[in-house]
Design a protein. Structure first.
Length: 152
């Protein structure tokens, strides 16, 4: 069931209730998704402020840990190489459109050179142009997030 908010909901004192909805004349509060929590979720978020802060801290810790891996250090060194800057620009000049968007029938300029198979610091795979594809930033971010957070 889809519920669209038609107005912002306020408490009897007039204070705005973040995360609450008004539907058909009834106030509907969106509860926090954390197990056992009965607090109202933050406006635009699935959790109450306390549980959202915990989730944000967890994510920040995961990101920091991912950046400390040997793969991440090797990758940073490869992307810092002036050769990569030069060759990735040439690749984008020759492949100016996002291949993922083209598959959907949309024309979007490519901004990022993506490694089809993640190189994980492997120099040979990193420099293999047959493993490169041109993507727009949105498609590249989505693909990278899927690989990093969901393993594929």
């Amino acid at each position: 069931m889809v519920i669209l908010a038609s107005s912002r909901v306020t408490a009897p004192g007039g204070d705005f209730l973040p995360g609450a909805l008004r539907f058909g004349g009834c106030d509907i509060a969106k509860l926090c998704v954390a197990p056992g929590c009965e607090e109202v979720a933050r406006d635009g978020f699935p959790r109450c402020p306390d549980h959202q802060a915990e989730q944000d801290a967890r994510r920040a810790g995961q990101k920091a840990a991912a950046q400390r891996t040997p793969h991440a250090a090797a990758a940073r060194a490869l992307y810092a190489d002036p050769r990569w800057t030069r060759e990735s620009r040439v690749f984008l000049d020759r492949h100016p459109l996002c291949v993922d968007c083209l598959e959907l029938g949309a024309v979007e300029p490519a901004t990022d050179v993506d490694h089809v198979t993640p190189h994980k610091g492997d120099r040979a795979l990193f420099w293999d142009r047959g493993n490169w594809q041109a993507l727009c930033h949105r498609c590249h971010s989505r693909k990278t997030a899927r690989e990093v957070w969901h393993g594929g």
